[in-house]
Design a protein around this ligand. Structure first.
Ligand code: ZN
Length: 471
Protein backbone atom coordinates (compact mmCIF):
# COMPACT_ATOMS: atom_id res chain seq x y z
CA UNK A 1 0.00 0.00 0.00
CA UNK A 2 1.36 3.37 -0.99
CA UNK A 3 0.22 6.68 0.37
CA UNK A 4 -0.95 8.98 -2.41
CA UNK A 5 -1.53 12.69 -1.88
CA UNK A 6 -2.98 15.35 -4.14
CA UNK A 7 -0.22 17.89 -4.77
CA UNK A 8 -1.58 21.34 -5.60
CA UNK A 9 1.67 22.15 -7.40
CA UNK A 10 1.20 19.42 -10.03
CA UNK A 11 -2.58 19.18 -9.75
CA UNK A 12 -2.26 15.38 -9.49
CA UNK A 13 -2.25 12.61 -6.92
CA UNK A 14 1.30 11.39 -6.39
CA UNK A 15 2.97 8.59 -4.47
CA UNK A 16 4.32 10.13 -1.31
CA UNK A 17 8.01 9.57 -0.56
CA UNK A 18 9.75 11.80 2.01
CA UNK A 19 13.21 13.17 1.36
CA UNK A 20 14.68 11.44 4.39
CA UNK A 21 13.61 7.83 4.78
CA UNK A 22 11.08 7.36 7.54
CA UNK A 23 10.83 11.01 8.59
CA UNK A 24 8.38 13.60 7.27
CA UNK A 25 9.08 17.32 7.59
CA UNK A 26 5.76 19.14 7.58
CA UNK A 27 5.00 22.83 7.88
CA UNK A 28 1.45 24.11 8.27
CA UNK A 29 0.22 27.70 8.41
CA UNK A 30 -1.21 28.40 11.83
CA UNK A 31 -3.57 30.97 13.28
CA UNK A 32 -3.27 34.73 13.30
CA UNK A 33 -3.96 35.25 16.97
CA UNK A 34 -5.93 38.48 16.66
CA UNK A 35 -9.18 36.85 17.79
CA UNK A 36 -10.71 33.43 18.44
CA UNK A 37 -10.14 31.01 15.58
CA UNK A 38 -12.96 30.87 13.07
CA UNK A 39 -14.50 27.43 12.51
CA UNK A 40 -13.28 27.58 8.89
CA UNK A 41 -9.70 27.89 10.17
CA UNK A 42 -10.33 25.03 12.56
CA UNK A 43 -11.23 22.85 9.58
CA UNK A 44 -7.75 23.48 8.16
CA UNK A 45 -6.09 22.88 11.55
CA UNK A 46 -7.90 19.55 11.98
CA UNK A 47 -6.96 18.64 8.44
CA UNK A 48 -3.31 19.05 9.49
CA UNK A 49 -4.08 16.73 12.40
CA UNK A 50 -5.52 14.13 10.03
CA UNK A 51 -2.42 14.35 7.82
CA UNK A 52 -0.01 13.88 10.72
CA UNK A 53 -2.02 11.03 12.24
CA UNK A 54 -2.20 9.18 8.94
CA UNK A 55 1.50 9.69 8.25
CA UNK A 56 2.17 7.96 11.55
CA UNK A 57 -0.30 5.17 10.72
CA UNK A 58 1.67 4.79 7.47
CA UNK A 59 4.80 4.25 9.55
CA UNK A 60 6.50 7.65 9.40
CA UNK A 61 7.96 9.80 12.10
CA UNK A 62 6.56 13.30 11.70
CA UNK A 63 8.25 16.60 12.49
CA UNK A 64 5.42 19.09 12.32
CA UNK A 65 5.82 22.85 12.68
CA UNK A 66 2.87 25.22 12.90
CA UNK A 67 3.43 28.96 13.21
CA UNK A 68 1.56 31.45 15.33
CA UNK A 69 1.20 34.79 13.56
CA UNK A 70 1.39 37.20 16.48
CA UNK A 71 1.97 40.34 14.43
CA UNK A 72 -0.10 41.66 11.54
CA UNK A 73 -2.13 44.72 10.58
CA UNK A 74 -5.23 43.62 12.52
CA UNK A 75 -3.26 42.83 15.69
CA UNK A 76 -1.64 46.27 15.56
CA UNK A 77 -5.03 47.96 15.13
CA UNK A 78 -6.63 46.00 17.94
CA UNK A 79 -3.73 46.51 20.34
CA UNK A 80 -3.78 50.23 19.63
CA UNK A 81 -7.52 50.46 20.35
CA UNK A 82 -7.09 48.38 23.51
CA UNK A 83 -4.22 50.64 24.63
CA UNK A 84 -1.86 47.70 25.11
CA UNK A 85 1.13 46.08 23.43
CA UNK A 86 0.76 43.46 20.71
CA UNK A 87 2.39 40.86 23.02
CA UNK A 88 -0.23 41.47 25.72
CA UNK A 89 -3.07 41.73 23.24
CA UNK A 90 -2.48 38.31 21.61
CA UNK A 91 -1.89 36.29 24.80
CA UNK A 92 -5.55 35.36 25.53
CA UNK A 93 -6.01 34.32 21.89
CA UNK A 94 -2.88 32.15 21.93
CA UNK A 95 -4.27 30.46 25.02
CA UNK A 96 -7.71 30.11 23.39
CA UNK A 97 -6.12 28.54 20.31
CA UNK A 98 -4.48 25.80 22.36
CA UNK A 99 -7.69 25.27 24.33
CA UNK A 100 -9.61 24.86 21.07
CA UNK A 101 -7.04 22.41 19.76
CA UNK A 102 -7.23 20.39 22.97
CA UNK A 103 -11.01 20.18 23.05
CA UNK A 104 -10.99 19.18 19.37
CA UNK A 105 -8.37 16.54 20.19
CA UNK A 106 -5.77 17.78 17.71
CA UNK A 107 -2.36 16.31 18.46
CA UNK A 108 0.32 18.82 19.39
CA UNK A 109 2.75 19.79 16.66
CA UNK A 110 6.45 19.45 17.50
CA UNK A 111 6.94 23.24 17.34
CA UNK A 112 4.70 26.33 17.46
CA UNK A 113 7.12 29.15 16.61
CA UNK A 114 5.86 32.71 17.02
CA UNK A 115 6.65 35.33 14.42
CA UNK A 116 7.82 37.96 16.91
CA UNK A 117 10.39 35.52 18.33
CA UNK A 118 12.02 34.97 14.92
CA UNK A 119 12.66 38.49 13.68
CA UNK A 120 16.39 37.73 13.42
CA UNK A 121 15.78 34.85 10.99
CA UNK A 122 13.45 37.03 8.93
CA UNK A 123 15.91 39.93 8.78
CA UNK A 124 18.63 37.51 7.64
CA UNK A 125 16.45 36.12 4.87
CA UNK A 126 15.40 39.59 3.72
CA UNK A 127 19.08 40.65 3.64
CA UNK A 128 19.86 37.63 1.46
CA UNK A 129 17.01 38.51 -0.88
CA UNK A 130 18.31 42.07 -1.20
CA UNK A 131 21.80 40.72 -1.92
CA UNK A 132 20.40 38.40 -4.58
CA UNK A 133 18.49 41.37 -6.04
CA UNK A 134 15.19 39.62 -5.48
CA UNK A 135 14.19 42.40 -3.11
CA UNK A 136 14.61 46.16 -3.02
CA UNK A 137 14.23 48.98 -0.54
CA UNK A 138 11.68 51.69 -1.32
CA UNK A 139 11.25 54.54 1.12
CA UNK A 140 12.17 52.40 4.15
CA UNK A 141 9.99 49.43 3.16
CA UNK A 142 11.45 46.31 1.57
CA UNK A 143 9.60 44.63 -1.30
CA UNK A 144 10.02 41.32 -3.08
CA UNK A 145 10.57 41.91 -6.80
CA UNK A 146 8.20 39.50 -8.52
CA UNK A 147 9.76 40.14 -11.93
CA UNK A 148 12.97 38.55 -10.55
CA UNK A 149 11.27 35.20 -9.95
CA UNK A 150 10.01 33.69 -13.23
CA UNK A 151 8.31 30.74 -11.51
CA UNK A 152 5.99 33.07 -9.62
CA UNK A 153 2.41 31.84 -9.98
CA UNK A 154 3.24 28.16 -10.57
CA UNK A 155 1.38 26.94 -7.49
CA UNK A 156 -1.84 28.83 -8.14
CA UNK A 157 -1.49 28.32 -11.92
CA UNK A 158 -1.52 32.03 -12.36
CA UNK A 159 -1.35 33.64 -15.76
CA UNK A 160 1.60 36.00 -15.54
CA UNK A 161 0.71 37.82 -18.74
CA UNK A 162 -1.33 40.42 -16.90
CA UNK A 163 1.25 41.13 -14.20
CA UNK A 164 2.34 44.70 -13.91
CA UNK A 165 6.02 44.91 -13.10
CA UNK A 166 6.77 47.26 -10.26
CA UNK A 167 3.24 47.59 -8.83
CA UNK A 168 3.46 47.33 -5.06
CA UNK A 169 1.26 46.40 -2.12
CA UNK A 170 2.03 46.93 1.51
CA UNK A 171 -0.94 45.02 2.94
CA UNK A 172 -0.58 41.32 3.68
CA UNK A 173 -3.38 40.22 1.36
CA UNK A 174 -4.14 41.29 -2.16
CA UNK A 175 -6.32 40.35 -5.12
CA UNK A 176 -5.26 37.84 -7.72
CA UNK A 177 -6.24 40.45 -10.31
CA UNK A 178 -3.47 42.76 -9.23
CA UNK A 179 -0.35 40.73 -8.58
CA UNK A 180 2.19 43.06 -7.08
CA UNK A 181 5.54 43.21 -5.42
CA UNK A 182 4.78 42.43 -1.80
CA UNK A 183 6.21 43.82 1.42
CA UNK A 184 8.87 41.83 3.26
CA UNK A 185 9.50 44.61 5.74
CA UNK A 186 7.42 47.64 6.61
CA UNK A 187 9.13 50.71 7.98
CA UNK A 188 7.97 51.68 11.42
CA UNK A 189 5.03 54.01 11.85
CA UNK A 190 4.53 56.41 14.74
CA UNK A 191 3.25 54.35 17.66
CA UNK A 192 4.68 51.01 16.51
CA UNK A 193 7.45 51.15 19.12
CA UNK A 194 4.94 51.78 21.91
CA UNK A 195 2.95 48.74 20.73
CA UNK A 196 6.12 46.64 20.92
CA UNK A 197 6.03 46.23 17.14
CA UNK A 198 9.31 47.79 16.02
CA UNK A 199 12.64 46.06 15.42
CA UNK A 200 16.01 47.22 14.15
CA UNK A 201 17.25 46.00 10.80
CA UNK A 202 20.08 46.93 8.40
CA UNK A 203 17.42 48.39 6.10
CA UNK A 204 15.87 50.51 8.84
CA UNK A 205 13.56 50.05 11.84
CA UNK A 206 10.25 48.36 11.15
CA UNK A 207 8.34 45.12 11.31
CA UNK A 208 8.08 42.07 9.06
CA UNK A 209 5.34 41.45 6.51
CA UNK A 210 3.19 38.37 7.00
CA UNK A 211 4.61 36.09 4.28
CA UNK A 212 8.28 36.16 5.29
CA UNK A 213 7.63 34.56 8.68
CA UNK A 214 6.68 31.17 7.21
CA UNK A 215 9.74 31.09 4.92
CA UNK A 216 12.09 32.05 7.76
CA UNK A 217 10.61 29.81 10.46
CA UNK A 218 10.20 26.72 8.26
CA UNK A 219 13.89 27.07 7.30
CA UNK A 220 14.91 27.41 10.93
CA UNK A 221 13.07 24.29 12.14
CA UNK A 222 12.82 22.07 9.05
CA UNK A 223 15.56 23.16 6.64
CA UNK A 224 15.40 24.46 3.08
CA UNK A 225 13.14 21.76 1.64
CA UNK A 226 9.89 20.58 3.20
CA UNK A 227 8.20 17.28 2.41
CA UNK A 228 4.73 18.67 3.01
CA UNK A 229 3.38 22.18 3.33
CA UNK A 230 -0.31 22.45 4.12
CA UNK A 231 -2.83 25.22 4.50
CA UNK A 232 -6.35 26.30 3.76
CA UNK A 233 -7.09 26.77 0.07
CA UNK A 234 -7.45 30.54 0.60
CA UNK A 235 -3.72 30.68 1.39
CA UNK A 236 -2.65 29.31 -2.00
CA UNK A 237 -2.52 32.81 -3.39
CA UNK A 238 -0.84 35.05 -2.52
CA UNK A 239 0.55 33.65 0.73
CA UNK A 240 1.97 30.32 -0.45
CA UNK A 241 3.01 31.71 -3.79
CA UNK A 242 4.96 34.37 -1.89
CA UNK A 243 6.49 31.79 0.46
CA UNK A 244 7.80 29.84 -2.55
CA UNK A 245 9.25 32.99 -4.11
CA UNK A 246 10.98 34.07 -0.89
CA UNK A 247 12.35 30.65 0.06
CA UNK A 248 13.52 29.54 -3.36
CA UNK A 249 15.04 32.92 -4.23
CA UNK A 250 16.91 32.97 -0.89
CA UNK A 251 17.92 29.29 -0.61
CA UNK A 252 18.21 28.24 -4.27
CA UNK A 253 16.54 24.94 -3.33
CA UNK A 254 13.11 23.50 -3.98
CA UNK A 255 10.97 24.81 -1.10
CA UNK A 256 8.17 22.26 -0.82
CA UNK A 257 7.73 18.89 -2.48
CA UNK A 258 4.02 18.37 -1.77
CA UNK A 259 1.48 21.15 -1.25
CA UNK A 260 -1.81 20.18 0.40
CA UNK A 261 -4.79 22.52 0.59
CA UNK A 262 -8.05 21.96 2.41
CA UNK A 263 -11.28 23.46 1.11
CA UNK A 264 -13.55 26.08 2.63
CA UNK A 265 -16.35 25.58 5.00
CA UNK A 266 -19.43 27.15 3.46
CA UNK A 267 -22.45 28.74 5.05
CA UNK A 268 -26.11 28.06 4.22
CA UNK A 269 -25.86 29.96 0.94
CA UNK A 270 -22.80 27.99 -0.19
CA UNK A 271 -20.54 31.01 0.25
CA UNK A 272 -17.22 30.70 2.03
CA UNK A 273 -17.68 31.31 5.75
CA UNK A 274 -15.31 34.01 6.78
CA UNK A 275 -14.79 36.58 9.41
CA UNK A 276 -14.79 39.42 6.95
CA UNK A 277 -18.20 38.37 5.57
CA UNK A 278 -19.63 38.55 9.07
CA UNK A 279 -20.12 34.78 9.33
CA UNK A 280 -18.04 34.62 12.46
CA UNK A 281 -18.52 31.29 14.16
CA UNK A 282 -16.05 30.07 16.73
CA UNK A 283 -15.77 26.77 18.53
CA UNK A 284 -17.00 28.60 21.61
CA UNK A 285 -20.17 29.75 19.80
CA UNK A 286 -20.91 26.17 18.76
CA UNK A 287 -20.20 24.67 22.18
CA UNK A 288 -22.38 27.35 23.82
CA UNK A 289 -25.16 26.29 21.42
CA UNK A 290 -24.88 22.77 22.84
CA UNK A 291 -22.66 21.05 20.28
CA UNK A 292 -20.11 18.49 21.47
CA UNK A 293 -16.53 19.32 20.40
CA UNK A 294 -16.05 15.68 19.36
CA UNK A 295 -19.06 15.90 17.04
CA UNK A 296 -17.57 19.12 15.63
CA UNK A 297 -14.26 17.29 15.13
CA UNK A 298 -16.05 14.42 13.37
CA UNK A 299 -17.98 16.85 11.20
CA UNK A 300 -14.86 18.79 10.21
CA UNK A 301 -12.68 15.82 9.23
CA UNK A 302 -14.99 12.93 8.38
CA UNK A 303 -18.16 14.35 6.83
CA UNK A 304 -16.56 15.43 3.58
CA UNK A 305 -13.24 14.87 1.85
CA UNK A 306 -10.78 17.62 2.67
CA UNK A 307 -10.79 18.88 -0.90
CA UNK A 308 -14.59 19.31 -0.97
CA UNK A 309 -16.51 22.21 0.43
CA UNK A 310 -18.71 21.30 3.32
CA UNK A 311 -21.68 23.19 4.67
CA UNK A 312 -21.88 23.89 8.37
CA UNK A 313 -25.41 23.47 9.75
CA UNK A 314 -26.96 22.35 13.03
CA UNK A 315 -28.36 19.28 11.22
CA UNK A 316 -24.89 18.30 9.98
CA UNK A 317 -23.52 18.64 13.52
CA UNK A 318 -26.36 16.56 14.96
CA UNK A 319 -25.73 13.84 12.43
CA UNK A 320 -22.00 13.92 13.25
CA UNK A 321 -22.88 13.55 16.94
CA UNK A 322 -25.01 10.53 16.02
CA UNK A 323 -22.10 8.93 14.13
CA UNK A 324 -19.80 9.44 17.11
CA UNK A 325 -22.42 7.91 19.40
CA UNK A 326 -22.82 4.87 17.11
CA UNK A 327 -19.06 4.30 17.03
CA UNK A 328 -18.75 4.52 20.79
CA UNK A 329 -21.72 2.30 21.45
CA UNK A 330 -20.47 -0.30 19.04
CA UNK A 331 -16.93 -0.30 20.48
CA UNK A 332 -18.41 -0.52 23.95
CA UNK A 333 -20.72 -3.36 22.97
CA UNK A 334 -17.88 -5.38 21.45
CA UNK A 335 -15.79 -4.80 24.58
CA UNK A 336 -18.56 -5.98 26.87
CA UNK A 337 -19.59 -9.01 24.82
CA UNK A 338 -18.43 -12.38 26.04
CA UNK A 339 -17.37 -14.15 22.84
CA UNK A 340 -19.20 -17.24 21.69
CA UNK A 341 -17.18 -20.46 21.51
CA UNK A 342 -16.73 -20.42 17.73
CA UNK A 343 -15.91 -17.70 15.24
CA UNK A 344 -18.09 -16.69 12.32
CA UNK A 345 -15.75 -17.32 9.36
CA UNK A 346 -17.66 -14.99 7.04
CA UNK A 347 -17.62 -12.15 9.59
CA UNK A 348 -13.89 -12.71 10.13
CA UNK A 349 -13.22 -12.47 6.40
CA UNK A 350 -15.33 -9.36 5.96
CA UNK A 351 -13.79 -7.58 8.96
CA UNK A 352 -10.33 -8.20 7.51
CA UNK A 353 -11.50 -6.85 4.14
CA UNK A 354 -13.03 -3.75 5.71
CA UNK A 355 -9.85 -3.03 7.67
CA UNK A 356 -7.83 -3.23 4.43
CA UNK A 357 -10.35 -1.11 2.50
CA UNK A 358 -10.43 1.52 5.26
CA UNK A 359 -6.64 1.78 5.12
CA UNK A 360 -6.73 1.99 1.34
CA UNK A 361 -9.26 4.83 1.48
CA UNK A 362 -6.96 6.77 3.81
CA UNK A 363 -3.94 6.00 1.65
CA UNK A 364 -5.84 7.37 -1.34
CA UNK A 365 -5.46 11.07 -0.55
CA UNK A 366 -6.88 10.75 2.98
CA UNK A 367 -10.40 9.76 2.00
CA UNK A 368 -11.74 9.41 5.52
CA UNK A 369 -15.44 9.84 4.53
CA UNK A 370 -15.16 6.87 2.16
CA UNK A 371 -13.47 4.83 4.90
CA UNK A 372 -16.17 5.72 7.43
CA UNK A 373 -18.91 4.66 5.02
CA UNK A 374 -17.34 1.21 4.83
CA UNK A 375 -16.95 1.03 8.59
CA UNK A 376 -20.58 1.99 9.30
CA UNK A 377 -21.85 -0.62 6.82
CA UNK A 378 -19.77 -3.19 8.60
CA UNK A 379 -20.96 -2.09 12.02
CA UNK A 380 -24.52 -2.87 10.91
CA UNK A 381 -23.51 -6.40 9.91
CA UNK A 382 -21.45 -6.91 13.05
CA UNK A 383 -24.33 -5.75 15.24
CA UNK A 384 -26.54 -8.37 13.60
CA UNK A 385 -23.88 -11.00 14.35
CA UNK A 386 -23.72 -9.78 17.96
CA UNK A 387 -27.52 -9.99 18.23
CA UNK A 388 -27.34 -13.59 17.02
CA UNK A 389 -24.50 -14.49 19.41
CA UNK A 390 -22.24 -15.38 16.47
CA UNK A 391 -19.18 -13.34 17.51
CA UNK A 392 -16.26 -15.56 18.52
CA UNK A 393 -12.92 -14.60 20.12
CA UNK A 394 -11.18 -13.90 16.82
CA UNK A 395 -14.19 -11.94 15.51
CA UNK A 396 -14.17 -9.89 18.67
CA UNK A 397 -10.48 -9.00 18.53
CA UNK A 398 -10.74 -8.16 14.80
CA UNK A 399 -13.65 -5.83 15.42
CA UNK A 400 -11.80 -4.15 18.26
CA UNK A 401 -8.76 -3.78 15.98
CA UNK A 402 -10.98 -2.10 13.37
CA UNK A 403 -12.18 0.37 16.00
CA UNK A 404 -8.55 1.08 16.91
CA UNK A 405 -7.75 1.70 13.23
CA UNK A 406 -10.60 4.19 13.02
CA UNK A 407 -9.73 5.90 16.28
CA UNK A 408 -6.12 6.42 15.13
CA UNK A 409 -7.61 9.14 12.89
CA UNK A 410 -10.83 10.14 14.61
CA UNK A 411 -9.82 9.92 18.27
CA UNK A 412 -13.44 10.14 19.38
CA UNK A 413 -14.10 6.61 20.65
CA UNK A 414 -11.86 6.51 23.68
CA UNK A 415 -11.79 10.26 24.13
CA UNK A 416 -12.98 11.42 27.50
CA UNK A 417 -13.59 14.82 28.96
CA UNK A 418 -10.35 16.03 30.57
CA UNK A 419 -10.30 14.99 34.22
CA UNK A 420 -13.38 12.79 33.89
CA UNK A 421 -11.62 9.52 34.67
CA UNK A 422 -10.06 10.93 37.83
CA UNK A 423 -13.39 12.33 38.98
CA UNK A 424 -15.25 9.09 38.35
CA UNK A 425 -12.59 7.13 40.24
CA UNK A 426 -12.91 9.55 43.13
CA UNK A 427 -16.70 9.09 43.21
CA UNK A 428 -16.32 5.31 43.04
CA UNK A 429 -14.02 5.46 46.07
CA UNK A 430 -16.58 7.65 47.89
CA UNK A 431 -19.30 5.15 47.07
CA UNK A 432 -17.18 2.27 48.37
CA UNK A 433 -16.57 4.18 51.60
CA UNK A 434 -20.31 4.85 51.95
CA UNK A 435 -21.09 1.17 51.46
CA UNK A 436 -18.51 0.13 54.05
CA UNK A 437 -20.14 2.60 56.44
CA UNK A 438 -23.51 0.99 55.57
CA UNK A 439 -24.72 4.35 54.18
CA UNK A 440 -26.46 2.65 51.25
CA UNK A 441 -28.64 5.66 50.48
CA UNK A 442 -25.53 7.72 49.80
CA UNK A 443 -23.92 4.91 47.79
CA UNK A 444 -27.05 4.63 45.62
CA UNK A 445 -27.19 8.39 45.16
CA UNK A 446 -23.62 8.47 43.81
CA UNK A 447 -24.46 5.64 41.41
CA UNK A 448 -27.58 7.48 40.20
CA UNK A 449 -25.75 10.78 39.81
CA UNK A 450 -23.14 9.07 37.63
CA UNK A 451 -25.83 7.33 35.59
CA UNK A 452 -27.43 10.72 34.94
CA UNK A 453 -24.06 11.83 33.53
CA UNK A 454 -23.90 8.83 31.22
CA UNK A 455 -21.61 6.67 33.36
CA UNK A 456 -22.66 3.18 34.43
CA UNK A 457 -20.97 1.32 37.32
CA UNK A 458 -20.58 -2.44 37.29
CA UNK A 459 -19.65 -4.39 40.39
CA UNK A 460 -17.35 -7.24 39.46
CA UNK A 461 -15.09 -9.59 41.35
CA UNK A 462 -12.14 -7.32 40.45
CA UNK A 463 -13.84 -4.32 41.98
CA UNK A 464 -15.99 -1.59 40.46
CA UNK A 465 -15.68 -0.83 36.75
CA UNK A 466 -17.29 2.01 34.88
CA UNK A 467 -18.31 2.57 31.28
CA UNK A 468 -20.10 5.15 29.21
CA UNK A 469 -23.73 4.65 28.32
CA UNK A 470 -25.76 6.66 25.85
CA UNK A 471 -28.09 9.21 27.31
ZN1 ZN B 1 2.27 30.49 6.01
Amino acid sequence: MTLRLHNTLTGAKEDFVPLEEGNVRMYTCGPTVWNYAHIGNLRAFLFYDLVRRHLRVAGYRVTHVMNLTDIDDRILDQAMHAGTTIAEYVEPYVKAFFEDMTSLRAERAEQYPRATEHIKEMVEMISTLIEHQNAYIADGDVYFRIASFPRYGALSHLDRAGLKAGARVATDKYDKESVSDFALWKKSQPGDARLGAEWDAPFGPGRPGWHIECSAMSKRYLGDTLDIHAGGVDLTFPHHENEIAQSEAANHKLFTRVWLHSEFLSDATGEKMSKSAGGFTTLRDLVAAGHDPLAIRYFLIANAHYRSRVRLSPEALHSAAEQVRRLREFADRVHRTAPSSTDDAELARRTTDVRAAYREALDDDLNLPLGMGLVFDHIRDANAALDAGRVGPLNRSNLLALMEDVDAHLDVIHAEEPGLAAEVERLIAEREAARKAKDFARADRIREDLRARGIALEDSKDGVRWRRISA
